[in-house]
Design a protein around this ligand. Structure first.
Ligand code: ATP
Ligand code: MG
Length: 375
């Protein structure tokens, strides 16, 4: 068990690439934190610095109260699980799991106890005598996790442990990691580029881009109140729609105008904007596909769109629309209440109207890309 603290941590590689800029984060004991962001944003670099596999160029890294910048990986009390499993092919599953314990000169009885217990937790007892090549991808990944569990580390580091698995197995292993976390009650730091994995696993998620932290918060916080355009677009699937619009201040109230429609903001939004001293300005309006409704009759104060693509997903339709300004919008529409007549109306080329309430609108400054309310 341990907290992990990064203070002004920076990584400059030998080729002068700054992979991580001024990373500040306090991870609490037993917290599950996920680093998420697109390829190359510095997730693995940060994790490798935590593991001691990469030098820290500047800043301080603490595990518990101890500064570990210069502590050898083996003395940090952490275990890391890699994307490619990194199992030894020539020895059995049992010996793969026992390997690090033997290096530590642990007695055989204790090694046996730990390997059997980890195998039990992961449901791989029957494979202990096999070599890794005789296992499926999911089974190998369990062995890799087992090898980390037996060490009973204070901190678990996982770098994209599920990315080599097919979609179904990935979902299953994701659920297993959630259960594992309950049984192995310790600090987890998990890296992924998959926002769904981040949302479902993390107590808190750290959204990264180009070596910078863009936002830290609970999954619900980053989803509901993204601080900037990047987080808004990265978290959520299909991605948030962005439209050119205008924020208009009239007296003490604000409204958003776009495509001939005017939507007055609610009291909380008005208060926040006034507090942030925002005036009338151009904005990028963000609205999630699931927060947009389709109007079949009447079109008062609704946005006219034409249908480009209608994707049937089973329980919902994903409608790809374009506005008269050629902005594109995706709408998620549950199918359960649609009539035959309505389904017919939703075909390619037809016109339709969409609307959304003020409370689901996210307002961004087009220049700074900051959220005008929460940024
Ligand atoms: N050993 C290295 N030497 C020089 N530059 C490196 C090295 N390793 C990584 N980088 C660079 O540092 C940046 C961050 O890389 P990193 O591997 O941390 O990204 P990542 O977020 O883990 O990406 P991915 O999702 O693709 O794994 C990238 O620009 C990468 O090219
Ligand atoms: Mg990586």
């Amino acid at each position: 068990m341990a907290s992990v603290t990064l203070e002004h941590v920076k990584k400059i590689y030998d080729n002068k690439v700054t992979a991580v800029h001024d990373f500040n984060l306090e991870i609490k004991d037993k917290e599950f934190v996920v680093f998420v962001g697109p390829s190359g944003c510095g997730k693995s670099t940060t994790l490798r610095m935590l593991a001691g596999l990469e030098d820290i160029s500047e800043g301080t890294l603490k595990i518990g109260d101890r500064v570990v910048n210069d502590v050898e990986p083996k003395d940090r009390d952490i275990a890391m699980v890699f994307q490619n499993y990194a199992l030894y092919p020539h020895i059995t599953v049992y010996e793969n799991m026992a390997f690090s314990l033997r290096l530590r000169k642990m007695d055989n009885e204790e090694i046996h106890r730990r390997v059997c217990q980890a195998a039990e937790i992961l449901g791989i007892t029957e494979y202990l005598g096999r070599k890794p090549k005789a296992l499926s991808g999911g089974q190998r990944q369990r062995v890799a996790i087992g090898r980390a569990i037996v060490r009973d580390p204070a901190v678990f580091l996982m770098d994209e442990p599920l990315s080599n698995l097919d979609a179904k197995l990935r979902n299953q292993m994701r659920a297993e990691i959630i259960m594992l976390r309950k049984r192995v009650d310790t600090t987890f730091i998990y890296v992924t580029h998959d926002q769904t994995e981040a949302m479902t696993l993390g107590d808190r998620i750290v959204v990264m881009k180009d070596g910078y932290i863009m936002q830290v918060g609970s999954p619900q916080e980053v989803f509901d109140t993204p601080k900037n355009l990047f987080v808004a677009g990265f978290i959520g699937s299909p991605q948030m729609n962005f439209l050119k619009a205008k924020l208009v201040k009239e007296g003490s109230g604000y409204s958003v105008e776009l495509l001939g429609v005017k939507i007055p903001l609610n009291a909380d939004q008005n208060a926040a904007l006034a507090n942030n001293k925002v005036g009338t300005q151009e904005i990028t309006l963000g609205v999630r596909p699931e927060h947009t409704s389709v109007l079949f009759d009447g079109k008062q104060n609704a946005i006219e769109c034409s249908i480009n693509v209608n994707e049937m997903m089973g329980s919902e339709l994903h409608l790809h629309l374009s506005t008269v300004n050629n902005d594109s919008i995706i709408v998620r529409l549950p199918t359960v209440d649609l009539t035959q007549e309505q389904r017919k109306q939703l075909s390619y080329g037809n016109k339709m109207y969409i609307t959304f309430p003020a409370k689901v609108m996210h307002l961004f400054d087009p220049k700074t890309e900051k959220n005008l309310i929460y940024g």
